[in-house]
Design a protein around this ligand. Sequence first.
Ligand code: ATP
Ligand code: MG
Length: 275
Amino acid sequence: MTRQVVAIGSLKGAPGASTLALALAAAWPTAGGARPVVVEADASGGDIAVRFGLSNMVGLLTLAAGARQQEAGSGLDGCTQEVAGGVRVVVAPTGADQAAPCVSEIASCASVLHGDGDSKGVVLLDLGRLGATASQELARVADRLVLVARGGTDGLAHVAARPEWLEGVQVELVVVGPCRYAESDIAKALQMEPVQIHVLPWDARAGAVLSGLGRIGERRWRRSPLGRAASRLADRLAGVDTGRQGGGLVDELAQFASRPLSRPTVGTAGEGGAK
Ligand SMILES: Nc1ncnc2c1ncn2[C@@H]1O[C@H](COP(=O)(O)OP(=O)(O)OP(=O)(O)O)[C@@H](O)[C@H]1O
Ligand SMILES: [Mg+2]
């Protein structure tokens, strides 16, 4: 079994693809196994290095160089840095001039993402806006694509008018922020199944932490609206059946049950939990 690759991208604007990639990594059910890796393969240039004050000389540049030379063992591990208290990230260079060729290089050698037969875990591939041909190629070689859009009529209209190359790609839609439509309505309008639609709340505090502004303790993260929604979505994408129905009383009560699966931490030791 190779590593699972979940691509995350948008069609217009900056609806929250990078934030979702980091949130899913922080919430991913690892069951004590391989930790998830976010690969910021955004052809427009990355944000994560700047937001978290990291070097962007290690990351997508080194991953693409390894893929180009087809170096034995050229893998993700040597290209990652940690953000938000433990999420592993391969950061993109900030400029599109450097980032776009790296994305093309990786698209022509996507095995660097899937790894070999022994590779485990998941790559959360942050493709940013799906404009470049190489970004679209990567979206197609991923095991599935999570499209991110804002919940207003304009954001959803871009999904309704989605380009033809998306036909045949297994898509989940994440609707970020306030949305006055029910998931079933959105599904009907977009000719998708209701189970493919996921509403992600606007959560200023947790969203800011995932942009490098401030910190949050692990317990508080897990109880935050974004942490809980990301956990439900991560379970679905990972194929974990938690028996949760999503939202409402079932979700509220689940907070009191001990969680069977370990997850990477967000926050730092000694930062306490929810008070
Ligand atoms: N669910 C959320 N709750 C609160 N803030 C959010 C959420 N999602 C995104 N944001 C905020 O919105 C802004 C844009 O988010 P982000 O950088 O993730 O978008 P993006 O789709 O990756 O954009 P780009 O295509 O430019 O890379 C950031 O300030 C981020 O903190
Ligand atoms: Mg982004």
